[in-house]
Design a protein. Structure first.
Length: 68
C-alpha cells in the first residue's frame, strides 16, 4: 500500500453548499509504473429542500491515473 490522501469538498454551485463528497487518493506502483487510485463519492449529506440539486458536477467513481 502506498501513500493515502483523504479530501472533503462541497459543491460550489449549490445554494447552501450542503452537497459534498469525499475523495481518496492512493499512490501505488504496478508493473514498474507509478499510479494514483482516485475514488470520488458522496459523503451522505441530506438536501435542505426538495428543490435542492441532487447531483454534483463532479462525477462519482473510481479512476486510475498512470504517470506518463
Amino acid at each position: 500500500m502506498g501513500i493515502l490522501i483523504w479530501l472533503i469538498f462541497t459543491e460550489p454551485n449549490s445554494a447552501t453548499n450542503w452537497l459534498g463528497g469525499e475523495i481518496s487518493i492512493e499512490h501505488f506502483q504496478e508493473n514498474d509504473e507509478e499510479k494514483l487510485l482516485v475514488v470520488i463519492y458522496r459523503n451522505g449529506s441530506y438536501p435542505p429542500s426538495e428543490n435542492a440539486p441532487q447531483e454534483m458536477s463532479v462525477p462519482f467513481g473510481e479512476y486510475v491515473l498512470t504517470k506518463q
